[in-house]
Design a protein around this ligand. Structure first.
Ligand code: NAD
Ligand code: IPM
Ligand code: MN
Length: 352
């Protein structure tokens, strides 16, 4: 298995190189046979050469690699994020990674909410434009586009994944009162697909009221299905419920090809970039999702266990109230991984 590594920008350039040695260590210990190759796609290359996703990149990724581990994109020198859309949205759409799994475990409940976000369409399709008047934008349009084919295969995949992991409740998040055309397509498909899953109890909530209820009490939620933009917003709320954006991870997958892109939920965090204090937990957890995806569940569990112990120690990074740095955090994780392999003590499932 070959993994393409894209650190990207800002803290992505700090957390990804910090996490890679832990993956190599796991590789040695569990014999995973994963290899990592780093690509310099991001703001620097965009500014130097005008290149975002280089020509042929999608073909190369499809033929020579099975997954991507990504840091983050975003740079204050490119305020419109043109490079980020080309690279990040280009990868998600170009590789048809239409399922974005963003699980989060609220601090007070310790029960994971499996958030699934549609990852290729909706308001992210890039259909739209502007009309200028007297040299200024007078009209701006971003179209929300959903096709039956994509919503059906997405909803079906999510319901199957939830059922197979023993979840019983699933909530569709929508806004069909104000955005009726795509909203009602989602509702119709959700209701139809649900009839094939007797084990699942379905509910539908308007996204505004859903956010209200989620923040007040996340405990009733098990599976959540959302369109692209709603899922993006809800995943940051989920991260806040966990204790911070430094903790939340994400897997974008194409169920048909098995291809995966694994990344944190957070961005390039320009406010702390270059200071060495970014929390690598989210990116390391994204790597754990990748290990799970390839069936290396023991290695994923070992990594999660070490991460949980470190994030509860005083080597935690400042966002979690600790005195650690990106480097000391991962050094502590590696130490625990090494110790774990020699004494083999705790085999329990960790809680963040
Ligand atoms: P952000 O997620 O980068 O940061 C939001 C806040 O969370 C900041 O205060 C930041 O310091 C903090 N934070 C985030 N990750 C952290 C970590 N690992 N450790 C400690 N603190 C952390 O969101 P933003 O500031 O709105 O966006 C910055 C740039 O990133 C923008 O260009 C945006 O478009 C981009 N972005 C990219 C991605 C991605 O690549 N997947 C995701 C979100 C935002
Ligand atoms: C995310 C980010 C991206 C998104 C941006 C940077 C395009 O916010 O991965 O959550 O909206 O999907
Ligand atoms: Mn986001």
């Amino acid at each position: 298995m070959r993994i393409a590594v894209v650190p990207g920008d800002g803290i992505g350039l700090e957390v990804v190189p910090a996490v890679l040695p832990a993956l190599t260590l796991l590789d040695d210990r569990f014999g995973l046979d994963l290899t990592y190759e780093t690509f310099d796609w991001g703001a620097e290359r965009w500014l130097d050469e005008g290149v975002g996703l280089p020509p042929g990149a999608l073909d190369l990724l499809t033929t020579d690699y099975q997954a991507i581990l990504l840091g983050a994109l975003g740079d204050p020198r490119i305020p419109d994020m043109a490079h980020g859309r080309e690279i990040l949205l280009g990868l998600r759409r170009g590789l048809d990674l239409y399922v974005n799994h963003r699980p989060f475990t609220p601090r007070d409940t310790r029960q994971t909410v499996d958030l699934f976000r549609e990852n290729t369409q909706g308001l992210y399709v890039g259909v739209g434009g502007t009309v200028a008047q007297s040299g200024r934008t007078a009209v701006a349009i971003d179209e929300c586009v959903y096709t039956r084919e994509t919503v059906e295969k997405f909803v079906r995949y999510c319901l199957r994944a939830l059922r197979d992991s023993g979840r019983e409740r699933v909530t569709l998040v929508h806004k069909s009162n104000a955005v009726p055309h795509t909203g009602q397509l989602w509702q119709e498909i959700f209701r139809t697909e649900l009839t094939h899953f007797a084990e699942l109890r379905g509910a539908e909530e308007y996204v505004d009221s859903f956010c209200y209820h989620l923040v007040r009490d996340p405990s009733p939620y098990e599976g959540v299905i959302a369109s692209n933009l709603f899922g993006d917003i809800v995943s940051d709320i989920g991260a806040a419920l966990m204790g911070g954006l430094g903790l939340a991870a994400s897997a974008s997958i194409c169920p048909e090809t098995g291809y995966g892109l694994f990344e944190a939920v957070h961005g390039s965090a320009p406010d702390i970039a270059g200071k060495g204090v970014a929390n690598p937990y989210a990116t390391a957890t994204a790597a754990a999702l990748m290990l799970d995806h390839f069936g290396h569940s023991e290695a994923a569990l070992a990594l999660r266990r070490a991460l949980t112990a470190t994030v509860h120690s005083d080597v935690a990074t400042p966002d979690m109230g600790g005195h650690g740095t990106t480097t000391t955090f991962m050094a502590d994780v590696m130490e625990r991984l090494e110790k774990d392999s020699t004494d083999g003590s705790d085999r329990s499932e960790p809680h963040a």
